[in-house]
Design a protein around this ligand. Structure first.
Ligand code: GTP
Ligand code: MG
Length: 231
């Protein structure tokens, strides 16, 4: 197993010469900016999931993430231009101190396990504890069982995933980064839930909106209050 080179804070997986990334990252024309994190055991497919979503690419090679990386993607949801800052964390235990430092300010989490690896499913509760300890109590969490294309090697049934998600009050999806199953749906659902919570917050406190400008940048300083999707 190879390891991806360390990436320091405020740099990205994309090369500095990647003009598309530069354009996305520098683009200030958005209504909301959401910080999302992908967490879960090593090798469950977090990096592959993000690459599929952001670049529509997939590789079978396993290059374990060192520390943390991020990608930026702008999407349109509910008539809003939403800039997503998506952080891909290393699943290996030795990076836990670094990665949990990034939980603060995250509005949404994709908590991933591998349906062909029971150990990664059994670790979900531990990951929830990490969220409870280090993140906002009202952040949104989606439980994602990845690698659903590998039916023959499955160790965790869909029903087990659904039951755990329902017990924890989380949204649930089974996905495949390889076959591009439900990848976009997970992000869309997460963004929709956060947008709904934003609208609720703005209804309760309209002063959050600056009427002089097209929209308000709702970042980590203006977290939504109260929500239904929590660990
Ligand atoms: P860490 O960076 O160590 O935390 O791992 P990770 O969760 O980022 O895993 P990564 O995305 O690097 O994927 C691990 C391995 O699983 C790679 O060999 C991927 O090609 C493979 N993989 C990821 N997603 C899928 C999937 O949906 N289906 C299949 N069949 N393989 C996948
Ligand atoms: Mg990775």
């Amino acid at each position: 197993m190879e390891e991806r080179a360390s990436v320091k804070e405020h740099t990205t997986m994309a090369s500095a010469n990647d003009s598309k990334w530069q354009k996305d990252a520098a683009d200030q024309n958005f209504d909301y900016m959401f910080k999302l994190l992908i967490i879960g055991n090593s090798s469950v497919g977090k990096t592959s999931f993000l690459f599929r979503y952001a670049d529509d690419s997939f590789t079978s090679a396993f290059v374990s993430t060192v520390g943390i990386d991020f990608k930026v993607k702008t999407v349109f949801r509910q008539d809003k231009r939403v800039k997503l800052q998506i952080w891909d964390t290393a699943g290996q235990e030795r990076y836990r101190t670094i990665t949990t430092a990034y939980y603060r300010g995250a509005m949404g989490f994709i908590l991933m396990y591998d349906v062909t690896n029971e150990e990664s499913f059994n670790a979900v509760m531990d990951w929830c504890t990490q969220i409870k300890t280090h993140a906002w109590s009202n952040c949104c969490v989606c439980l994602v069982g990845n690698k659903c294309d590998m039916e023959a090697s499955r160790e965790v049934s869909t029903r087990q995933g659904q039951e755990l998600a329902s017990e924890l009050g989380l949204e649930f999806f089974e996905t495949s980064a390889k076959e591009n199953i439900n990848v976009k749906a997970v992000f869309e659902r997460l963004v929709d839930i956060i947008c709904d919570k934003m609208s609720e917050s703005l209804d309760q406190d309209p002063s959050l909106v600056n009427s002089q400008t097209k929209g308000t940048r709702l970042t980590e300083n203006t977290a939504p209050e109260g929500g239904s999707c929590q660990c």
